[in-house]
Design a protein around this ligand. Structure first.
Ligand SMILES: [Zn+2]
Length: 269
């Protein structure tokens, strides 16, 4: 039987201690964010909640359904974004930075697919028809970014730039957070470490992660409003929510870009 020692109780108490740390991390972050946020900016969590509620309704066919004939592919993309986003928010607030970034990388892969499909119906149809291996070959995250960069239409400028300026490239993301490498640092493993060393870094990277999640939620709302929400009133609601989400995150946009670059260079220590 493992004896309790200092910060390391055993058994159920260990998990309770972990839960306390997660809640403490969330409370500290919320206080910090409230102090950092200008008065005229909408509450990020308020707007994220509204947006995720929208996505949840779209995902579960509350506002329309293509019936048993449809494959619900687009709805599944919205559903995946919504549930991954909810999980990523829990991880971020609990102090699990690396773990959340791994999930956010997956969220961004689906976001890029949605952005591509909004301007290229032929890619959507190709994806829909593809069997598993073909999807792997033609729609890998790297190939999707390539497809975005190669769009030729006069209205595709924004998407081409987005693919070019993707704040953290897939290889950087994978290197920093997803795969285990020698550069990986246990930024969230604070149960036996000196929290104060990583704390300012953790708060800003948590915010950066939230902005990334919010950007993907925003893209999913646009995708849903364009393709899946049929009633005008609900579509207008989704658009208003999206504008609020953009307002809520804009204030934090710059700090998050800088911090993401820092984090991908392994300066967490
Ligand atoms: Zn349905």
């Amino acid at each position: 039987m493992l004896e309790a020692s200092g910060n390391h109780p055993g058994g159920r108490e260990f998990l309770e201690r972990v839960r306390d740390l997660e809640e403490g991390s969330e409370a500290a972050f919320m206080n910090w964010l409230a102090a950092e946020t200008p008065n005229d900016v909408p509450d990020l969590f308020d707007v994220l909640g509204i947006a995720l509620s929208h996505l949840g309704r779209v995902a579960t066919c509350v506002w329309g359904c293509e019936g048993t004939d449809g494959d619900h592919l687009e709805r599944h993309m919205v559903a995946r974004t919504a549930s991954n986003a909810r999980a990523a928010i829990r991880l971020l607030l609990g102090g699990y930075i690396s773990e959340s970034m791994s999930l956010i990388r997956g969220i961004e892969e689906v976001t890029n697919l949605m952005l591509l499909f909004m301007v290229s119906e032929s890619d959507l149809e190709e994806f829909r028809a593809a069997v598993y291996r073909a999807r792997e070959a033609d729609f890998s995250p790297r190939k999707v970014l390539g497809k975005m960069r190669n769009l030729q239409g006069p209205d595709d400028q924004e998407l081409r730039e987005l693919a070019d300026k993707s704040p953290v490239s897939y290889s950087e993301f994978s290197q920093a957070f997803t795969h285990f490498t020698r550069a990986w640092s246990p930024a969230s493993y604070t149960i036996s470490r000196k929290v104060e060393i990583v704390e300012p870094f953790v708060k800003t990277v948590t915010l950066a992660g939230l902005v990334m999640v919010a950007n993907s939620v925003s893209a999913a709302l646009i995708f849903a409003a364009e393709r899946l929400i049929l009633q005008t009133e609900e579509m207008a609601d989704a658009t208003v929510t999206n504008l609020e989400l953009i307002r809520a995150t804009r204030a934090y946009q710059e700090v998050s870009r800088v911090e993401m670059r820092l984090s991908s260079q392994g300066t967490a220590e």
